[in-house]
Write a protein of this length. Structure first.
Length: 586
C-alpha cells in the first residue's frame, strides 16, 4: 500500500442493487478486478450469498465506501476516500484487451470393483489428477491461432510446448516482461502478435467485438524423436469383477487478457488454471451421482448488458432449461450479477457463439435472406447539448419497403415496423417464432375478429392499435399506447420515452397520419427541454447498404424542428406511440 496509486479506487461500474430504494443495508459484494488493470480497479461486482450483519455503505445517500488492508495478514482495514468512475469503461477494458478461448473434450476411463462401487469416486479423482498433470507436462503442446479467419492479414499459428511454460511467475508481475521480449522465440510473442480484427466503421468496444485467440491442447508430442518406438498396449490384471465407466467431459474456458501479455504466460497463467478450475468444478458436481444418472454438464459464456467482461456458467442439461430448478438457478445468477428479472439474459440461446463472432456482425439471416442488424451502432451524435441518451437495448433487424422483393411501397411501413419489433423479441430470446409476413399479420387480425376476411391480401394500412393486437396474439406481449394530438407535442413526451428505453428498452412504433416509424431511442436534456429522436425509417427502398442507409438519414437522429426550420413530425396529424412491454421472465 506504499504506492499512492493504491490509494485510489477506480470504478468501471457500480452495483445496480445500490440504485434501488429500500436496498438491504446488509448487502455485500465481491469486487472483481484484473492484474491487467491498475491496482484497486473494480471491473464488476458479484453479490455475496451470505451477507454480514453490518454495513459499510450509506444506502440512503447512495454513498459507496471502500476499505482495504495493508497486507494479507493485516488485522485492520483502512478507508479509501479517493474514488473515480471511468467515463468510458468499455474502451478502458477492451481497447487493449482480447479473449483467449480453449475447448478441451475429455473421456475419463473409470475402473471400479463391483464389490466396492464407491471406489469409482477414488478412480475419478485419480483420473482428474492425471489430466491436470498432462496439462502441465513438458511434452504437452499448445497451438494458438486467431479465430478471425475472415481477416486478410492472418498471422501464422504459434506452437508453445510445455517445457517453455513458467508456472512460478505471478501474473501481476508479468507485464514488464512483455516489454523485454526479443521476438525470436515464439513463446515470447505477446497476444498482440495476432492483429486486431478489421471492422468497418467506428470501433465498438465489447466482449462480442473483442479479438479472440483460439487455444488448442495437443497431448501427443509433435517433436521429432531419435528413438525408435512401436505401438504399446497396456494390460491391467484385476483380482475381482470390475466395471469400466466412461465419463465424457467438455471443458470450455474463456479468459480475458491484455494484448501485451506474452503468449506463454497466457497459457500457463490463464488457460491451464482455467481448465484446472473447470475440472475441479465438474468433479464436485459429478461425484455425488456418478454411478446413477450423473449430470449432463456444459459450460456457456455470456456477455449480459451492464457487465464489462464475459461470465462462464455451468448448466445441467438433463431436464432442459425450462425445468423449474434451472429457472431458479438463472434467477439466483440474475440476483448475484445485479441483472433484471424481467428478461432472459442467461439462457443458452443468449450464450456467445464463437462461430459468428468476428464476422460481419451487422448481418443476420432470416428465412434465407440477409438482414441488416443494429444499424444505429456508430452513427453520428444527435447534436443535443448536455443530453442523456436512452437507447433500445439488444439487437433488432431492419425491415423496410421492398425487402425480400415484396412491393409494399406506400402502404407497408407499419407492417415493417412491426416486423422490426418482433425481430427484437426473437433476438432477445422471448420467442422462437419467425417474423411474420404481411399476409400472416393480416391473417392474425382476421383470426382475432378485428378485420374482415377480405383484409387478407389487401394493401390496407394498419396502425398502432392493430400492431398491439398482433403482438398480444403472436407473442403474448402487452403494449402501452401514448396518444398525442399533434406532432408538435411529441417533444413533450421525451421524458416518458426515455424512461421506456431505460426500463423496457424495446423498439417503439410511431404512427401519424399514413406514416409509421420505428423509434430506437431519445437524447433528452431535461434542463433545456432540447431533444432528438433516433428514427429507423421503414420507407427506405434501396439495397441493404449500411453506409447508404446511414448517410441518407434512413437511420439517424431527428429533431422535431431541424436547423432549417422544417418539422419532422406533422403538426396537423395526431400520433399514436406503441410501447411494447417486456414479459417478466428469466
Amino acid at each position: 500500500m506504499a504506492d499512492d496509486s493504491n490509494r485510489l479506487v477506480r470504478l468501471l461500474c457500480r452495483p445496480k442493487q445500490l440504485n434501488t430504494k429500500g436496498s438491504d443495508p446488509g448487502i455485500h459484494f465481491w469486487l472483481i478486478g484484473s492484474p491487467f488493470f491498475p491496482p484497486l480497479t473494480v471491473a464488476s461486482f458479484l453479490r455475496r450469498i451470505h451477507n454480514l450483519p453490518s454495513s459499510v455503505c450509506g444506502f440512503d445517500s447512495g454513498e459507496l465506501r471502500f476499505f482495504v488492508s495493508e497486507s494479507e495478514n493485516a488485522t485492520g482495514l483502512e478507508s479509501i476516500s479517493s474514488v473515480i468512475e471511468e467515463r468510458d469503461s468499455k474502451k478502458f477494458v477492451w481497447e487493449n484487451g482480447c479473449l483467449l478461448h480453449c475447448e478441451l473434450p475429455i473421456k475419463l476411463p473409470l475402473y471400479y470393483s463391483l464389490k466396492n462401487p464407491t471406489d469409482v469416486e477414488k478412480s475419478y479423482v485419480q483420473a482428474t489428477e492425471a489430466v491436470i498433470a498432462k496439462l502441465r507436462d513438458p511434452q504437452a503442446v499448445y497451438l494458438l491461432e486467431t479465430s478471425n479467419k475472415a481477416s486478410q492479414d492472418i498471422s501464422p499459428p504459434v506452437i508453445i510446448r510445455g517445457l517453455q511454460l513458467d508456472f512460478s511467475t505471478d501474473l501481476s508481475k508479468i507485464k514488464a516482461l512483455a516489454d523485454d521480449d526479443d521476438g525470436f522465440d515464439a513463446s515470447s510473442l505477446s497476444c498482440s502478435y495476432f492483429p486486431i480484427s478489421s471492422k468497418a466503421g467506428s470501433p465498438v468496444f465489447s466482449a462480442e467485438n473483442a479479438d479472440i485467440i483460439q487455444v488448442s491442447v495437443l497431448f501427443n508430442s509433435l517433436g521429432s524423436s531419435s528413438a525408435s518406438t512401436v505401438p504399446v498396449a497396456e494390460y491391467f490384471p484385476v483380482q475381482e469383477e470390475t466395471r469400466l465407466l466412461i465419463v465424457d467431459i467438455k471443458l470450455d474456458v474463456l479468459c480475458y487478457s491484455s494484448r501485451k501479455l506474452p503468449l506463454k504466460y497466457a497459457v500457463s497463467s490463464l488457460i491451464i488454471p482455467g481448465l484446472v478450475d473447470q475440472l475441479n468444478v465438474v468433479q464436485k458436481l459429478m461425484l455425488p451421482n456418478l454411478l446413477a444418472q450423473h449430470p449432463w454438464l456444459k459450460s456457456y459464456h455470456f456477455s449480459p448488458p451492464g457487465i464489462l467482461h464475459p461470465i462462464t456458467v455451468f448448466y445441467e442439461l438433463s431436464f432442459g432449461e425450462t425445468e423449474m430448478k434451472q429457472v431458479e438457478v438463472r434467477r439466483s445468477l440474475h440476483s448475484r450479477l445485479g441483472l433484471p428479472y424481467d428478461r432472459p439474459l442467461l439462457r443458452i440461446s443468449n450464450a456467445l457463439d464463437f462461430s459468428k463472432l468476428n464476422n460481419n456482425d451487422m448481418v443476420s439471416l432470416q428465412k434465407g435472406s440477409t438482414l441488416l442488424r443494429d444499424v444505429h451502432i456508430g452513427i453520428p451524435s444527435s447534436g443535443v447539448t448536455g443530453g442523456t441518451v436512452s437507447l433500445v437495448q439488444g439487437s433488432y433487424e431492419y425491415f423496410h419497403y421492398l425487402h425480400d422483393g415484396y412491393n409494399d411501397s406506400g402502404w407497408g411501413c407499419a407492417y415493417r415496423s412491426l416486423q422490426t419489433i418482433i425481430s427484437w423479441f426473437r433476438l432477445q430470446n422471448y420467442t422462437s417464432i419467425e417474423v411474420p409476413s404481411h399476409r400472416e399479420i393480416q391473417q392474425t387480425l382476421v383470426e382475432i375478429g378485428d378485420k374482415d376476411p377480405s383484409f387478407v391480401g389487401s394493401r390496407d394500412w394498419i396502425g398502432a392499435i392493430e400492431l398491439s393486437f398482433v403482438l398480444d396474439k403472436l407473442l403474448g406481449v402487452t403494449c402501452k399506447v401514448i396518444n398525442v394530438r399533434s406532432g408538435a407535442e411529441l417533444p413533450e413526451r421525451c421524458r416518458e420515452l426515455a424512461l421506456h428505453f431505460e426500463n423496457q428498452s424495446t423498439p417503439v412504433m410511431i404512427g401519424g397520419g399514413v406514416l409509421a416509424y420505428t423509434l430506437l431511442g431519445v437524447d433528452y436534456n431535461e434542463a433545456s427541454g432540447d431533444c432528438a429522436f433516433l428514427i429507423l425509417d421503414p420507407h427506405y427502398t434501396g439495397s441493404d447498404d449500411l453506409k447508404k442507409i446511414v448517410n441518407g438519414g434512413w437511420c439517424g437522429w431527428k429533431k422535431a424542428v431541424d436547423s432549417k426550420g422544417k418539422n419532422f413530425f406533422l403538426h396537423d396529424k395526431f400520433y399514436n406511440l406503441l410501447l411494447p412491454q417486456r414479459p417478466h421472465m428469466v
